[in-house]
Design a protein around this ligand. Structure first.
Ligand SMILES: Nc1ncnc2c1ncn2[C@@H]1O[C@H](COP(=O)(O)OP(=O)(O)O)[C@@H](O)[C@H]1O
Ligand SMILES: [Mg+2]
Length: 413
């Protein structure tokens, strides 16, 4: 009986997993947990503080699924109990008949066979009882899954300082950076200073370290050497949630969250219908809402119930709307327009810069069509600062910059 129990517990564990897998909520549960662990989505999940909302969604769906699964299990328990009662009855009658036959001398091979099969029945039924007693094991599995999920934590050291209300400048001093688990230094002794409200274009060839610098400025990584500070506060000393509240961004590999349009836009912030509609319009998605099939509660994923997918261009606009909704004091645009031609990119950047006069804006581009709108250009060359000046000055003082500009110039005309 003991080895049998163990094997049933194992089967139970598997059937539990299958039941969870098969449940219609399973895909959502998987998706929510993957959101917190997926590298691609991690940037925006962290920046826009989406943790609490995702966990809340996970827990409520989890409770629902648990209820559903337990309901099925209870049904199974009732069925198998009935089975046992029935079998005992049959066994009892069989036994009576068997002994009676022996007594009257009418025992035949057929009766013996029947008796054996009744015993087989009994043992199966008993096994079922064991299986059902492992319902408790079910709950333990749930609890384990749940705590594994809650136990997920970032190995990030958080600061206690709040982000300065009105900061004067952002300073980067002797910053070098090597990605974790890598031997190659990507940024080498980078130093520069940006005043509040300045618009800075970060330019350089692919692989020169532009995105890496942006990730460091947003504290997705800490510098290997040197430091980044806002006024006199080291970025590491500023509370990460407060820091992220003051930043907003659109990335080249922006997230396409399998959530509703509304959730995609408001992320971790509270819902304000007018503001959502405004940013959707500003991002160029006004038409999308006029479309009958789409509203703020539409699920943006084809594989989810009543969901629909968007085109690449529309997703890009959703990412921009999300960025606008977060409304940080410091804005980062890391080539979200890479899929567009140089002229459209230039137009988008121009509009963005004009409409956000007070914000400090870093915009990354490997194309120089938009640099004219920047107060300053930070020119990165293989992880080093090759120049940091106005576009006009750089054209005069930096031959490499001039060469790059001249090479690309024809594309903008
Ligand atoms: N997560 C990472 N781990 C290791 N190396 C990376 C990682 N991300 C980028 N790199 C490397 O860092 C260098 C700079 O990349 P990146 O900052 O993305 O350049 P850019 O944005 O200018 O095109 C590249 O050589 C790239 O391969
Ligand atoms: Mg990049």
């Amino acid at each position: 009986m003991v080895p049998q129990s163990i094997s049933y517990y194992r089967i139970q564990q598997q059937s539990f997993e299958t039941m969870v897998e098969r449940s219609k909520n399973a895909r959502y549960l998987h998706y929510y947990s993957s959101l917190l662990l997926d590298r691609r989505d991690a940037k925006e999940v962290r920046l826009f503080n989406m943790f609490p909302k995702i966990i809340e969604k996970y827990i409520s769906l989890f409770e629902q699924t648990k209820k559903d699964v337990n309901q099925i299990r209870r049904k199974q328990l009732t069925t198998s109990s009935l089975f046992v009662v029935l079998t005992v009855g049959v066994f009892g009658y069989g036994f009576y008949w068997f002994t009676n036959s022996v007594r009257t001398g009418a025992l035949e091979v057929g009766v013996l066979l029947m008796f054996v099969s009744v015993i087989g029945y009994i043992s199966t039924s008993m096994a079922r009882v064991v299986e059902d007693s492992s319902l408790l094991y079910d709950s333990l599995l749930w609890i384990e899954k749940y705590f594994n999920f809650l136990g997920y934590q970032d190995d990030f050291k958080n600061g206690t300082q709040s982000f300065p209300d009105d900061f004067n400048d952002i300073n980067v001093k002797n910053l070098s950076f090597t990605y974790p688990f890598s031997d190659t230094e990507i940024l080498h002794n980078v130093s520069f200073s940006v005043k509040s409200g300045e618009k800075v274009a970060i330019v350089g060839e692919n692989g020169s370290g532009k995105s890496t610098l942006v990730k460091l400025l947003m504290r997705f990584y800490d510098p290997t050497n040197g430091k980044i500070s806002v006024d006199n506060y080291d970025l590491k000393d500023i509370n990460i949630f407060d820091l992220h509240k003051n930043l907003s961004a659109t990335f080249q590999d922006f997230s396409r969250f399998k959530l509703t349009l509304k959730e995609n836009v408001i992320t971790g912030y509270s819902f304000n219908k007018d503001r959502v509609n405004n940013v959707l319009k500003a991002a160029g998605l006004g038409d999308l809402l006029v479309n009958d099939h789409l509203n703020l509660n539409t699920m943006l994923a084809k594989d989810f119930e009543n969901g629909t997918d968007l085109s690449g261009g529309q997703w890009q606009k959703v990412a921009l709307a999300r960025d606008l909704y977060a409304d940080g004091k410091i804005e980062f645009l890391d080539e979200p327009t890479a899929a567009l031609d140089a002229k459209s990119e230039s137009e988008i950047y121009q509009r963005f810069l004009k409409e956000n006069d007070k914000k400090t804006i870093f915009f990354v581009t490997h194309r120089l069509s938009a640099v004219r709108f920047a107060d300053k250009v930070l020119f990165l060359d293989s992880g080093k600062i090759s120049g940091f000046d106005t576009h006009t000055n750089l054209l005069h003082t930096n031959p490499k910059y001039k060469e790059m500009y001249d090479l690309q110039k024809n594309a903008y005309l």
